[in-house]
Design a protein around this ligand. Structure first.
Ligand SMILES: C[S@@+](CC[C@H](N)C(=O)[O-])C[C@H]1O[C@@H](n2cnc3c(N)ncnc32)[C@H](O)[C@@H]1O
Length: 275
């Protein structure tokens, strides 16, 4: 367990997950590569100009092209989900972020990936900021988060009240081309009592940062050593800021200051008469 906990591991997630004992993690929060460059339209396919030429993901990831044949991609993601289920504790769950899109004029949801897995709920991540305008359909402004839960999974007390539409702004200023916001991962983690949070596609380390901010432990995996280094830097910065915050002496409240100032002080004469 020690070798896994609180580390960002460089490697292929299927290879590394296969080495992980059963029930290593209580929760998975993850966003896989979406296979965006295997697309029927929107100029995503060849990048020869058009609005997508500016998109960060136009080149794929550092070490993953994001353009697998669709059936291979689905098969790969199903294997990844099976391994995630295996390494989850019996009351664990997976928050699996993905994106629906239109392909050849028809909606491509991700049923083919999650079919047969115990999907308990679909959370809408309303993130706005889409830019793939298309005359055939409305501008997409949300992504989905599949809550795939083992039978024993329960939310933390009162956590369900937040509802199933999460309005959270997209991540900004992150050098990773497809990071999700810390607040998205934090909301998922905070809604559970999980102690160990795994992300097998950790990218820039967002899930680890969120886990630390929520006082939990993390395990991260990514295929790109560059992203792993970025993730480690963000983790170190988060740990440093949490430690700095813990060092700040408690500031007295206004009421406490007032009572300190008005408290009767002993006179010098009284002090001198002490035995
Ligand atoms: C959508 S991004 C995750 C971004 C992350 N949520 C963040 O906030 O930074 C998907 C990640 O999967 C990684 N990846 C691709 N193939 C992988 C594999 N076989 N094993 C592990 N990671 C892989 C990519 O390098 C990329 O960083």
């Amino acid at each position: 367990m020690r070798t896994w906990l609180n580390h960002i591991h460089h490697g292929d997630c299927l290879t590394l997950l296969a080495q992980m004992p059963d029930a290593t993690a209580d929760l998975v929060v993850t966003s896989p590569p979406y296979n965006l460059l295997n697309s029927s339209g929107n100029g995503m396919k060849n990048g020869n100009g058009g609005k997508w030429s500016r998109a960060a993901l136009m080149q794929g990831y550092a070490t993953h092209a994001d353009s697998m044949p669709h059936d291979d991609y689905v098969q790969w993601q199903r294997e990844c989900l099976s391994e995630m289920m295996r390494v989850l504790s019996p009351d664990g769950a997976i928050f699996y972020n993905h994106k629906w899109r239109v392909q050849k004029g028809l909606l491509q949801d991700r049923t083919d990936i999650v079919d047969g897995f115990p999907v308990r709920q679909i959370i809408i991540w309303q993130r706005s900021g889409g830019f793939n305008h298309n005359p055939g359909y409305f501008l997409p402004t949300y992504e989905v988060v599949y809550l795939i839960a083992k039978p024993g999974f329960r939310l933390a007390p009162k956590a369900g009240g937040v509802g199933d539409v999460w309005q959270i702004r997209q991540d900004r200023g992150n050098p990773h081309p497809a990071s999700f916001p810390v607040d998205l991962a934090r909301r998922a983690i905070a809604a559970t009592t999980a102690q160990v949070v795994l992300d097998p596609f950790i990218g820039s380390g967002t899930t680890a940062v969120a886990a630390l901010l929520e006082g939990r432990q993390y395990i991260g995996i990514d295929l790109s050593e560059d992203y792993c280094q970025l993730a480690r830097q963000r983790v170190d910065a988060t740990v440093a800021s949490l430690e700095a915050a813990a060092d700040v002496p408690e500031i007295p409240t206004a009421l406490e200051v007032r009572s300190m100032l008005t408290a009767p002080t002993r006179t010098a004469a009284a002090r001198d008469s002490d035995p």
